[in-house]
Design a protein around this ligand. Structure first.
Ligand code: ZN
Length: 225
């Protein structure tokens, strides 16, 4: 994981990506990858591995490339409610763009309505659509708030993500206990520390610091706001 530019969602969608997930290329790529490891005669256990890899990656692991988060949020509705809305504890799984290794954890998303609300399950679907891609956690966090911002025009949007990165725990520094925490804010949240504190409290950050067990939390926070 390295700090990266926080591209807007549209930019990410335009990124050098050849249309729909090409299962045949994925299969051939997996086969080549195996020969690179030294597994040249794909007998027994490995016989169907390229096909399984292509299937898993195209239908699940990076299936978010097929989803359009803006469309998921397109059906919002007018409402006068002004209180902060927070959906906390959304599980997510993504793939590190640098090593193609998974990182997974929890997302907490909030917004301060500006006249429109959206179904709460839609927020979880947006997290899913954007995380099932090759990602940097910092960029993913930013994309989630930018997406909410564009779709709902709220007074502000907030996202906090914490995750374990396999590229940190099984290679490199091998920091078994480390977790990466990122946050991104728009609008009122960027200007108002009390609102950010309220978001963190509502997302369970301040109230149950011990809830995650005794392991130390590595605060690798890289706010861009
Ligand atoms: Zn990585």
């Amino acid at each position: 994981m390295k700090p990266g530019r926080s591209n807007p969602v549209s930019g990410a969608r335009r990124r050098r990506h050849r249309g729909p997930l090409d299962r045949d290329r994925l299969r051939r790529g997996a086969r080549l990858f195996l020969t690179g490891i030294g597994e040249t005669d794909l007998g027994r256990d490995l016989k169907r591995t390229p096909e399984r890899v292509a299937e898993a990656w195209s239908t699940e692991i990076v299936a978010g490339y097929r989803a359009d988060p803006a469309r998921i949020l397109a059906t919002s509705f007018r409402a006068r409610e002004e209180g902060m809305v927070v959906v906390s504890g959304i599980p997510f799984a993504s793939v590190c763009v640098h090593h193609l290794l998974p990182f997974r954890g929890t997302a907490h998303v909030g917004y301060l309505p500006g006249g429109r609300l959206v179904g709460l399950s839609k927020i979880a679907r947006v997290v899913d659509a954007l995380s099932r891609r090759l990602q940097l956690q910092e960029r993913l966090t930013r994309q989630i708030v930018d997406c909410l911002d564009r779709a709902l025009r709220p007074k502000g949007a907030a996202c906090r993500m914490e995750a374990e990165h396999l590229c940190m725990t099984i290679r490199g520094a091998r920091k078994q206990e480390s977790r990466v925490v990122t946050s991104a804010y728009t609008g009122a949240f960027t200007r108002n520390a009390a609102l950010r504190a309220e978001f963190l409290r509502m997302s369970g950050r301040a109230t149950s610091p011990a809830g995650r067990g005794p392991r130390p939390v590595r605060k690798d926070r890289r706010d861009r706001s």
